[in-house]
Design a protein around this ligand. Structure first.
Ligand SMILES: Nc1ncnc2c1ncn2[C@@H]1O[C@H](COP(=O)(O)OP(=O)(O)OP(=O)(O)O)[C@@H](O)[C@H]1O
Length: 250
C-alpha cells in the first residue's frame, strides 16, 4: 500500500502545483487520474514513483515501482532488447531476455526486439517504455499517459498486461487526458484541478475556465447541477469566467 498524506508540491518559488493531495493505492487497485494540460498529473506521478519529493506532506510505504514517463527517452544506438537486458540486470530480473522478448513481441514492436531505440516512432518507443516498467514485475505500476501514441492493437495488449499485473497483486495508477478513456479502464477515476485531487464524477459535467485574481487560468470539470454555485462563488471571490463548456459543446 502506498499512501500520500496531504501532499503539496511547488517548484522553486513558483505557485503550488499540488496542494493537500491525499491518496492511497492498494494492491490490485487501479486508479486513473485525469486533468487538463499543466494540471500536475506528471508531477503527481513522479511523487508516487518516488522520483520527486513532496514540498509538504508525506509519501509512505514506497513499494517497488515500474514507471512509464510521459516522454520515453529514446535516442540511443542500443536495441530495444539490449536496453531492457541492461535495465533487467540492474534490477536483478531473472530470465530477462525471455521476459523482454515476450513483452516486446506481445506489444508488436515494429522491427522486433532488435530494433534500434533511436529509430523508433513515438508509439513504438512508448511500447519499450511500457516493457521496461513491467519487466521486473513491480508491486506498483505508475504510468504517465501510457495509452498516448499507441495503436488500437497495442492498446488492447496494454490493457491485458495491466490486468495480468493486477492479478498478480500489483497496484496501478495511470494518467490520461480523456475521461472516457480513463473510465474504460477503471471505475476509480480522480480528477486533478486547481492543484487538488478529487473523485471525478460520472455525472455530466461542465468544463469551466476561470481566471484567478493573479491572472492564472484554472480549469475544472464541475457536475452540471453545481455549475451555477461554483460560478457564483468564483465571481464573489473576484475571479472572472473565461469559458463554460457544457457536455454537448465539450
Ligand atoms: N521541473 C519543473 N520545474 C518547474 N516547473 C515545473 C516542472 N515540472 C512541471 N512544472 C510545472 O508544473 C505544472 C504542472 O506540470 P505537469 O507536467 O505536472 O502537468 P501535466 O498535468 O502532466 O501536464 P500535461 O497534460 O501537459 O502533460 C506546470 O505549470 C509546469 O510548468
Amino acid at each position: 500500500m502506498l499512501r500520500l498524506r496531504d501532499v503539496g508540491k511547488r517548484y522553486g518559488r513558483g505557485a503550488a502545483v499540488l496542494t493537500g493531495v491525499t491518496l492511497e493505492i492498494a494492491p490490485r487497485q487501479m486508479i486513473g487520474v485525469v486533468g487538463t494540460n499543466g494540471s500536475g498529473k506528471s508531477t503527481l506521478m513522479r511523487l508516487v514513483a518516488g522520483l520527486s519529493r513532496p514540498t509538504t506532506g508525506t509519501v509512505e510505504g514506497i513499494p517497488s515501482v515500474g514507471y512509464v514517463p510521459d516522454r520515453f527517452p529514446g535516442g540511443t544506438r542500443m536495441s530495444a532488447l539490449s536496453y531492457l537486458r541492461h535495465l533487467g540486470r540492474i534490477g536483478k530480473v531473472s530470465d530477462v531476455d525471455k521476459k523482454a522478448t515476450e513483452l516486446l513481441e506481445r506489444l508488436a514492436l515494429e522491427g522486433g526486439p532488435r530494433a534500434p531505440l533511436r529509430e523508433l516512432s513515438k508509439g513504438n518507443a512508448q511500447k519499450v517504455g511500457i516493457a521496461q516498467a513491467l519487466l521486473g514485475e513491480p508491486e506498483l505500476l505508475v504510468l504517465d499517459e501510457p495509452w498516448s501514441g499507441l495503436d488500437p492493437a497495442a492498446h488492447t495488449v496494454l490493457a491485458e498486461l495491466l490486468a495480468e499485473a493486477k492479478e498478480r497483486g500489483a497496484g496501478v495508477i495511470f494518467t490520461e487526458h480523456r475521461d472516457d478513456l480513463a473510465r474504460a479502464h477503471t471505475s476509480e477515476v480522480f480528477e486533478l484541478s486547481g492543484g487538488t485531487l478529487h473523485e471525478a464524477s460520472a455525472e455530466p459535467s461542465a468544463r469551466i475556465v476561470l481566471r484567478n485574481p493573479g491572472g492564472r487560468l484554472v480549469t475544472s470539470n464541475v457536475p452540471l447541477g453545481r455549475s451555477d454555485e461554483v460560478l457564483l462563488k468564483a465571481l464573489q471571490r473576484g475571479w472572472s469566467v473565461v469559458r463554460v463548456n457544457t457536455p454537448a459543446a465539450k
